[in-house]
Design a protein around this ligand. Structure first.
Ligand SMILES: C[S@@+](CC[C@H](N)C(=O)[O-])C[C@H]1O[C@@H](n2cnc3c(N)ncnc32)[C@H](O)[C@@H]1O
Length: 381
């Protein structure tokens, strides 16, 4: 195993013990408030990164990009196999490239389909529908209001959410909208809920004080249709998908601790699926047994070894932070560095790059010295 430093000035490779790093300034993309003009009424828009998501890599895109520029250069296909919000694949999305996005959560598959899907939509029709959905005056209780009203949202907003969700299903069933258009509307709903939910950014709990009235409004996602025509989205376990695909760059960003994403985002997953399951407990979670990730369990290392063994790609970029023995048990990393290096080394020479960053957490703990790391392998074996 050879460990090298990046040619990039700002990056310092530090493994196993030393630590010297300059704070990386992030590519802050100022949230846009563009106006989408329609024949009916102007509509506000939103961008893919404008949601709260644990472990999202928007703030470390500069590190990933530095590694890709210095170590790879040009490439034609990129697979974001644990895509989450999809911001990493989206960053590399151009008309010349094929972006493969995948996530175990259906809710993420829906947002990937909206932002990165290869089918066009009728923008004028969808804008009109969004305006109509915003105008609904919902006074009757439904699945969303009965379970989430007065908790994550006010009762009236929860009624509005439930009615919007029902309407989206209806118009899809009546073939007024395509699946691509349905995904755009659902993505608009998901981001609208996330903007105002009475939480610290995930849905393991809601904030137990009076839910304030909020400005719940659906907006239009900003989508680069011209760049999407080669893309493909999946909703599979990464270890199953890896056996079915090939790509130039494989970007691997699994959960690193025991916090299951299906727990943290159960509410969004539930509303996106709209199967209206029973919910339990104070947080009103549905049964998520089938959505548990191996990467948050004891067999994470075994799953990772299997993933790497079956990867058919030219380059691997693997994000994993340095929380092996820090924080509390729940935030400890599931895999240790020796195992990671041993597994990656089976494919080729490993280089490690890192960046200090402020993690998006529940806001309770400030673990200050978090380091986001990218392990890089040029596959030769
Ligand atoms: C650290 S997050 C990825 C964040 C993403 N890179 C971003 O910037 O938003 C890990 C993601 O892996 C997904 N996941 C967990 N286990 C998985 C599995 N076995 N197969 C596919 N996706 C999985 C989770 O749902 C979660 O969205």
């Amino acid at each position: 195993m050879t460990i090298k430093t990046s040619r990039a000035r700002q990056l310092t490779m530090t493994f196993p013990n030393t630590s010297s790093i300059s704070d990386y300034s992030i590519n802050t993309i100022i949230p846009q408030r563009t106006i989408f003009s329609t024949t009916s009424k102007s509509i506000d828009t939103f961008n893919i990164q404008q949601r709260r998501y644990l472990g999202n890599k928007f703030n470390v895109l500069s590190l990933i990009d530095e590694v890709i520029n210095n170590e790879i250069g040009e490439f034609e296909s990129f697979c974001d196999i644990f895509a989450g919000t999809g911001v990493v694949g989206h960053y590399y999305n151009t008309p010349q490239r094929k972006i493969i996005s995948n996530d175990l959560l259906f809710s993420n598959y829906i947002t990937h389909t909206a932002f990165l899907g290869c089918n066009n939509i009728d923008n004028t029709k969808i804008s009109k529908i969004i305006n109509e959905l915003n105008r609904l005056n919902s006074t009757v209780d439904n699945y969303a209001s009965l379970h989430f009203g007065g908790r994550y949202f006010t009762l009236s907003t929860a009624r509005h959410i439930g009615e919007i969700r029902e309407k989206i299903n209806q118009i899809h069933k009546q073939q007024i909208i395509t699946f691509q258009e349905k995904s755009v509307l659902l993505t608009s709903l998901l981001y609208a809920m996330d903007r105002i939910a009475n939480t610290v950014g995930h849905y393991d709990a809601y904030i137990k004080k009076e839910v304030k009235r909020e400005n719940f409004i659906l907006k239009m996602p900003n989508i680069k249709y011209e760049a999407n025509h080669k893309n493909i989205n999946y909703n599979k376990d990464a270890n199953i998908l890896i056996r079915q695909i090939e790509c130039d760059v494989l970007y691997i960003d699994p959960p690193y601790n025991s916090r299951q994403y299906s727990d943290s985002y159960h509410l969004l997953e539930n509303i996106m699926r709209w199967e209206k399951p029973e919910v339990h407990g104070e947080a009103r979670k549905f049964d998520r047994k089938h959505l548990k990730s191996d990467y948050s369990l004891k067999n994470a290392t075994k799953a990772f070894a299997d993933l790497i063994e079956n990867a058919k790609c030219k380059y691997i970029l693997f994000s994993y932070n340095n929380m092996a023995d820090k924080g509390n048990n729940r935030s400890n990393a599931r895999m240790n560095d020796n195992d990671i290096l041993e597994i990656l080394n089976r494919k080729g020479n490993v280089k490690i790059f890192e960046q200090s960053y402020k993690e998006f957490t529940t806001g309770k703990s400030d673990r200050g010295d978090n380091k986001e790391r990218v392990f890089f392998v040029e596959v030769i074996k």
